[in-house]
Design a protein around this ligand. Sequence first.
Ligand SMILES: [Zn+2]
Length: 316
Amino acid sequence: MAVLIHDIDLNYLDTPGAASAFLLMGDAPLLVECGPAACFDTLCAGIRAHGVDPTRISDVVVTHIHLDHAGAAGHFARHGARIHVHPLGVKHLVDPAKLVESSRRVHGERYDRWYGDLLPVPQAQIREWQDGETGTLAGAPFRAHFTPGHARHHIAWELPTELFAGDVGAMVIPGTQCISVPTPPPEFDTPAWGQSLTRLRALPPRRVWCTHGGAQPDGADYLRRAAFRVEEECRALASALAAGDGAAADSHYKSHLDRIEHIDRVSPDQRAHFLGHAFRQMNLQGAERALGKGLLAHTAQTAALTAAPTPPSPTR
Ligand SMILES: [Zn+2]
């Protein structure tokens, strides 16, 4: 059954195209992603524009619990919606205090404007999914793919002709083909990200829906490019960190971002907005944390991880 999907622009960061929630018109209306609490009113207006009463949303399916994806979950739960999530995300939905605290640490004074007030989700309204599990929501068959890399608690949601890739599918700068790779602390993990994309690329070709960037009609081509960019970004972040601390790392990383694929189509304003100082700091912080845990493997290490293990030499 083909499900009609509406991409609702959340105007996140006061920027058209920066983040979406997806309204699926199955047997009943449901959402994939619900954006930050700060965009709740914008999302509700977008839902109403499709003739749906937001209080009738029965289910909200989230790719992960970062605040730009699931921050408004509690607002929908207040109207009775069930929230579908990775098991590692449950406790943060029930009690968002820690999530808010760590997000404030990453985003500083920008936090309030970007994310708004979170409401807790009652445990009884949370449905946690297991890896590979299938289920029908509002008449639409969903399959959950655990896909760590951007965050450990990340699920890409597969429907028969669609794939909601969340942030493991990276982000597309609005109106361009330029893919940017968000590597926030504390769970950025390059080998895991590479393996997650390998898994998604093995699915039959599907239209890919990026939460940051919208529908990518040639999903196979998109995921190939995203996988390339994740590897490239990992190498660039590793060499930026090797270049020194603070300003040295930042300027090294900035010069990489000035050269990435399709950057020539990105306006100076968009570059400042999407790849500016705040983005670079977030990514460098994530990379530094990953490096400390041995999870900023470069290409050769990533390739080695997916190759067959060398059998141990026999001991007698
Ligand atoms: Zn995101």
